[in-house]
Write a protein that binds this ligand. Sequence first.
Ligand SMILES: Cc1cc2nc3c(=O)[nH]c(=O)nc-3n(C[C@H](O)[C@H](O)[C@H](O)COP(=O)(O)OP(=O)(O)OC[C@H]3O[C@@H](n4cnc5c(N)ncnc54)[C@H](O)[C@@H]3O)c2cc1C
Length: 309
Amino acid sequence: MEHHKIVIIGGGPAGLALAMGLHDKGLGDCVVLEREQEAGGIPRHCGHLGFGFYNRRRVLTGPKFAAKLRAATAQFDVRTRTTVLDFTLRGTLRVQNEKGISEISADRYVLATGTRESSGAARLIGGARVPGVMNTGTLQQLVYLKHQKPFLKPLIVGSEWVSFSSLMTCRHAGITPVAMITEGPKLDAPIYFGLGARLAFGVPVKRNTKLIAVHGTKQVEAAEVETNGKRRMIACDGVVITGKFRAENALFSNGLIERDGTSPKVTQQFRTSKPNIYAVGNVLGHLETAGLCMVRARTLAEMIAGDLA
Ligand SMILES: Cc1cc2nc3c(=O)[nH]c(=O)nc-3n(C[C@H](O)[C@H](O)[C@H](O)COP(=O)(O)OP(=O)(O)OC[C@H]3O[C@@H](n4cnc5c(N)ncnc54)[C@H](O)[C@@H]3O)c2cc1C
């Protein structure tokens, strides 16, 4: 069976920064497994500016930032189109790529699988399951990677900073959201984001407003919302359900390691309840900036190097 010192699951900013840190420490026998066709993680499809300030002191778009990460790790063993299916009972990884399914073992494993927005179903939003309902990640992939325009006047649900990222994605594609709604009395992002949405994008932000159901037959036709106990319809042709991030937990939802909510529970040294499995980056549950995830991954590289010394 193929064996390595370290296997990193996920080739986003955290996984790639960890690989860089490990190589700097002389730990070259390290493999990154990434299920997408190219490494880089979420920034690959975030076409707006905002990446790199924390660690590079330069602000780049997501795709440029991801390209720089790929260039910096081009000489490393980063395997794309390679999905980790699960941990076996023996503690090895079952991995699928175009050649089929195989097993890989390692002295140390690192979960760097990131996070994702909760779906409409997870948020108990009722109504029709029709095309045009998606989260920010899918919207960005359609707009920035596939150059599509999935709708013209969607409703944006949520007011976290990622919700404003979907607003910028809409603007990039020439899409005009009809409104942004948020359940609470305040925005989840800083107040000036809301002002920007209204003044710069012409999109009204409705507080204390909850999405109850999506209506439509072939495509979204309206969203039923409730404000202070009163229900009404907002005509729209799409709904973007944003934020409420949960760890990408497919690999450990079976009780493999202890969890803290949906995320792996880790020590300050990023170690999970299994001593040979670590976790780093947004899989830890919070949506941090890419730069912060990378700084933490570098710290983890030092810890692993010390551990294996
Ligand atoms: C809409 C949006 C806008 C953002 N804007 C900014 C911004 O402007 N500036 C900023 O600094 N940050 C921004 N962020 C946050 C930034 O994208 C994250 O902090 C960063 O991507 C986290 O890196 P990560 O490596 O932990 O996770 P990810 O980037 O999610 O990477 C995880 C990788 O793991 C892979 N993976 C998952 N499961 C498996 C598996 N089973 N097998 C193999 N591979 C797997 C995924 O394909 C993915 O490539 C934004 C995030 C979002 C969602």
